[in-house]
Write a protein of this length. Sequence first.
Length: 361
Amino acid sequence: MGRTNTQQVSDLIAREKKTCLDLFSTAEAQGFGDIHFKSDPANQLQAIIAIHSTKLGPAAGGCRFRHYATTDAAIEDALRLARGMSYKAALAGLKSGGGKAVLILPDKLRDREALFESFGDFIESLGGRYLTAVDSGTSPLDMDIVARRTKHVLGASKSSGGTGDPSPTTARGVRMGIEAAVRHLLNRDSLEDIHVAIQGLGHVGYPLARELHAQGARLSVTDTHADHVQRCVDEFNARPITLEAIYSVECDVFAPCALGAVVNDATIKRFNTRIIAGAANNQLEYERHGNLLHERQILYVPDYVINSGGLIHVLLNNPSECESRLSHMTETLAEMFEQADQSGIPPFRQAAIMAENILGR
Ligand code: NAD
């Protein structure tokens, strides 16, 4: 082997070693021991199931179906989201662990049904340690397909005996979480005349707008779909805002209900709000952005606490039990804000401490 070839091989080994070490050290740092991969080329399935914790019960968490630039990015997404699910279940007082499935969306999907049946087989092979549900890119109808191959599915459609769309319960929880934050920071017992800027008016954002409007809040809204915006303008007298301008709207609450990583280097200087509280998962691009919000005295309500309504809905499937869990969530938030104030740390760090304590780590 020539010198160049030898160099290339050692570079390759170094690169591969780095990837493996990154995976294992990332997994270890986040407390994982259990990550499963499945490749079924005949049905275009490339799936990752990350199980963060089963201490409180089977690991529940949605199934994300989208494009990823690299497999590493997909793995990282699964790990981050699964840990969030453990924390979410623990802080909501649910007997559930945390997990997440990530399915890599192929460039040309041939047969959606075959792919989701194959995913069902994958879940079944884990013997009930992971329970799947709807997440970005999947719907209750996909869960119906998965349910043909495994019973470990939450949130199948109502017509097939499932719990149906959890989004209205998520929206209700977000509204209650906003009330808890407003009470704590602004010392106000009602949302009357509180100005909320909502980014994303889909399954959660739209019912959230309805809930807030019913409580007397003023709304500024944006969405990539003009008809989603118009509906809120017509029904709730909301002020339409352009996609970029939403970050700098002067408001009491910014509610991200579309995308993750909206608190990042580009947006952090632009926020003109007192509180950030919304449904989107992984709102902080990196943890340091949570610290920066704290320095700017913007109260960031941890996403996995305030958006726990969806998980509560699919696990309990009972309106009065859901209501009592949501009330428990707002009490947890009040306690978290108090403890964070006393110790001088940001509430998102306090939330992680409280969750880790429940998980006994
Ligand atoms: P959705 O796809 O129904 O709605 C998202 C909305 O955001 C759509 O109307 C879309 O047009 C809009 N949007 C997309 N990109 C945008 C952009 N750049 N700027 C403004 N608007 C944009 O999704 P959803 O079910 O409403 O969930 C919203 C967020 O909440 C997601 O991050 C999801 O992971 C999270 N979440 C949802 C639930 C639930 O019960 N649905 C539970 C927990 C967390």
